[in-house]
Design a binder for this molecule. Structure first.
Ligand SMILES: Cc1ncc(COP(=O)(O)O)c(C=O)c1O
Length: 315
């Protein structure tokens, strides 16, 4: 989907116009993928906009920096947090998506990035349902990708590290070219790992099963949210390895992610999942999720942070 350009971006502590938010050709990250990033949603609610699990995302950004050996950062998580809140108001967003990015900048083009400075920046835009408007309502068609998630000793899958997303992009391209909304990756041992940009949940007899961290998944924040909400509702949730055949026998299947939110899966490789339409457990959790983020349920876990008014943003 096209990026509807906002007015302001934040780069190394400065507010810069969208069209001026550019980088040099010798940027290390352009050549070697030496960047880490986050995707965060903010939701319009009655009386204002609130970010969802902002502190968790910032913690994961710091973890990703640690895994990618990107240091030192000139900004603290709290300073980046302030920028995240301020950009929503500066760009006059209602619901929106925030993209903090930490990257190795212009310097030597040697593989060792030590002489390339570390930059911290932030972009925001308004973004509807990631897999299309119909996806949340009717579910998506997925395929098992021919690409695999890299082995745990070949990749730091818990980090959102730019270079690692080349494979995820290939998964997405392959799925679209073959007429699917999304692709699912198996791990190196042949167990189900995750979608190109989403975690997976299967439903069996009313209980949930999701692949564990050891299946080379990204530790999704929406995954954690859904595990918590499901347990709050008294549903059983197990983190256990899933084989491909077991996935095909699920009563219901859905994907979670900041971008994808909670998207039902209606078929795998053109075989219906369950009845071929979103099932009751998926619907119930989807309802809880959207009621929570859109402010219709009490924020009992303290996940939402209201965007305050910034005087400086009147420009
Ligand atoms: C590979 C991958 N898996 C899972 C997810 C879901 O993670 P989250 O719910 O934190 O957005 C994402 C998105 O960030 C992702 O890129």
């Amino acid at each position: 989907m096209p990026l509807n350009s906002p007015e302001w971006c934040w780069m190394d502590g400065e507010w810069v116009r969208y069209e001026d938010a550019t980088v040099h050709l010798t940027t290390h990250a352009l050549h070697y993928g030496s960047s880490v990033f986050e995707g965060i949603r903010a939701y319009e609610q009655v009386g204002g906009t609130a970010t969802f699990r902002l502190n968790c995302h910032l913690r994961r950004l710091m973890d990703s920096c640690r895994l990618a050996r990107i240091a030192p950062l000139a900004f603290t998580p709290n300073e980046i947090r302030q920028a995240c809140l301020e950009i929503v108001e500066r760009n006059r967003h209602g619901s929106c998506y925030l993209r903090p990015l930490v990257h190795r900048g212009a310097g030597s083009l040697g593989l060792n990035p030590e002489s390339s400075p570390v930059h911290v920046s932030l972009l925001s835009f308004e973004w509807g349902p990631y897999l299309g408007a119909e996806a949340l309502e009717h579910g998506v068609d997925v395929t098992i990708s021919s690409w695999r998630r890299a082995a745990p000793d070949a990749m730091a899958s818990l980090g959102k590290i730019g270079g690692q997303y080349v494979v995820n992009s290939l998964v997405s391209i392959e799925a679209k070219q073959n007429g699917y909304h999304e692709g699912i990756l198996l791990d190196q041992a042949g167990f189900v790992s995750e979608g190109a940009g989403e975690n997976l949940f299967a439903v069996y007899d009313g209980g949930l099963v999701t692949p564990p961290i050891s299946s080379s998944i990204l530790g999704g924040i929406t995954r954690d949210t859904v595990i918590t909400l499901a347990r709050d509702l008294g549903l059983e949730v197990r983190e256990e390895r899933l084989t491909r055949d077991r996935l095909l026998l699920a009563d219901e299947l859905f994907m979670t992610g900041t971008a994808a939110e909670l998207t039902p899966v209606r078929s795998i490789d053109r075989v219906d999942v369950g009845a071929g339409r979103p099932g009751p457990v998926t619907r119930r959790l989807q309802g809880e999720f959207f009621d929570l983020v859109q402010g219709r349920l009490p924020d009992r876990h303290g996940w939402l942070e209201r965007v305050p008014q910034f005087e400086a943003s009147v420009v």
